[in-house]
Design a binder for this molecule. Structure first.
Ligand SMILES: Nc1ncnc2c1ncn2[C@@H]1O[C@H](COP(=O)(O)OP(=O)(O)OP(=O)(O)O)[C@@H](O)[C@H]1O
Ligand SMILES: C[C@@](O)(CCOP(=O)(O)OP(=O)(O)O)CC(=O)O
Length: 408
């Protein structure tokens, strides 16, 4: 919904407002390492699943008006520094594309609106900077919303990439690859959809929230040190990932869960091995993460097939990929081995999960000691669509004075 609103104090000063939402994505072939820090160009391609916005999303409202004296940004209710270089890159790039588009179309077109300042207000409905890919959803949403406001269409993943690398994959729904590209100017380092979210409806995602605290080493500085010091990173980028990208694409196209799951786990493990190979080493996994890894392998071994896969980003939270048929039992297994003090309703968020019992045979086969409160809650979700415009004007995060609504 693009609303034109008359400023209350002066009816000649209109401002335009757009609200959009964007999803989180979780990589199954990880991006780790840049060949260009400014343009955010990666050393390897990557592939991810876009998660459904019904469970995890960023909402962003952008307003522009002749009366605004400066660009401003509010993130989760708090005003943030608009001068962060990555934010500035996205703003600059969208304004450049808008100017180009308007002058290409009609050289007499008035481009003065593009010099108006913007107010940006954004909320994540999940913990920011906890390793839940908030920067991916955040920058994808920012770029998508700015593009709508300024009437920019077409390929936008290269702009989102300049906010945060993984953000380029959140510009599409379903299964998305980010091709690393070869050019120095980064024009061929783009995301595209491998398959839409409707392709594999049985696929389910469980986010096991181990810790919602800010992580000790951010992705940006972590991968920088890895590029400088890890020889495993170079081997991974040159000799492992290219083959894995092909295998993963094929597993997704064939809906071959066992192949998808095995590659997902191996790639997560190699990413964390690269972190350990970094000097000084980076530890994103903790004891709970490692227990989840063991639990998954023992669960799969019991059934003699790969029913569940784990993957971890730059933090201890586990993301589990599985199929619909196994969700309720696996959730019950997690509840048994990580008993929670809070009640089940609060512990389990998102898509409904049927309750079931876990057999003693399965518990014995897993054979681990239960540990209380290792996992704070589980978000149950699935693959979902890319960014979209919010049509309901009551959902704008900015008020008619261009400032964040008090209720936000
Ligand atoms: N909604 C948003 N709009 C704009 N920027 C955002 C938004 N949400 C997060 N960010 C930016 O992303 C930063 C957090 O990114 P960071 O990489 O530290 O964590 P993460 O994305 O949760 O983890 P990771 O990318 O490693 O999985 C925030 O400090 C902020 O600068
Ligand atoms: C481990 C990862 O989640 C790393 C994500 O890194 P970011 O995209 O957050 O890094 P910057 O480009 O520096 O902003 C793996 C992945 O999502 O592919």
């Amino acid at each position: 919904m693009i609303s034109s609103v008359i400023m209350p104090e002066d009816s000649s000063h209109k401002y335009t407002m757009v609200t959009c939402t964007a999803p989180v994505n979780i990589a199954v072939i990880k991006y780790w390492g840049k060949r260009d820090e400014d343009l955010i160009l990666p050393v390897n391609s990557s592939l991810s699943v876009t998660l459904h916005q019904d469970q995890l999303k960023t909402t962003t409202t952008v307003a522009c008006c002749r009366d605004f004296v400066e660009d401003r940004l509010w993130l989760n209710g708090k005003e943030e520094d608009i001068n962060q270089p990555r934010l500035q890159s996205c703003l600059r790039e969208i304004r450049r594309l808008a100017r180009k588009r308007r002058s290409d179309k009609d050289s007499t077109v008035d481009v003065s609106g593009l010099s108006y300042k913007v107010h940006i207000c954004s909320n994540n409905n999940f913990p920011t900077a906890a390793g839940l890919a908030s920067s991916a959803a955040g920058y994808a949403c920012l770029v998508y919303t700015l593009a709508r406001l300024f009437g920019v269409e077409g390929e936008l993943s290269c702009v989102a990439r300049q906010g945060s690398g993984s953000a380029c994959r959140s510009m599409y729904g379903g299964f998305v690859q980010w091709k690393m590209g070869e050019r120095e100017d980064g024009k061929d380092s783009l995301a595209d959809q491998v398959e839409p979210e409707t392709h594999w409806p049985e696929l389910r995602v469980l986010v096991l929230v181990v810790s919602a605290e800010r992580k000790p080493v951010g992705s940006t500085s972590g991968m920088q040190t890895s590029v400088e010091t890890s020889s495993l990173l170079k081997y991974r980028a040159d000799s492992v990932v290219p083959g894995r990208m092909d295998e993963m694409t094929s597993a997704i196209r064939r809906k071959d869960f066992a192949a998808f799951a095995e590659l997902t786990m191996k790639d997560s493990n190699q990413f964390h091995a690269t972190c350990l190979d970094t000097y000084p080493p980076i530890f994103y996994l903790n004891d709970v993460s490692r227990r989840v890894i063991n639990l998954v392998h023992r669960y799969n071994r019991h059934y003699g097939e790969t029913r569940v896969a784990y993957t971890f980003d730059a933090g201890p939270n586990a993301v589990i990929y599985t199929l619909q048929d196994h969700v309720s039992e696996f959730v019950q297994v997690v509840c048994h081995f990580f008993p929670m003090e809070s009640n089940r309703g609060k512990f389990l968020q998102g898509l409904p999960v049927a309750s079931t019992t876990v057999s003693d045979e399965l518990k014995n086969a897993i054979g681990m000691e239960p540990v209380s409160n290792g996992i704070s809650y589980i978000i149950s979700t699935k693959a979902g669509p890319g960014p979209r415009v919010e049509e309901d004007p009551s959902l704008h995060l900015l008020d008619s004075d261009g400032l964040p609504k008090k209720t936000v």
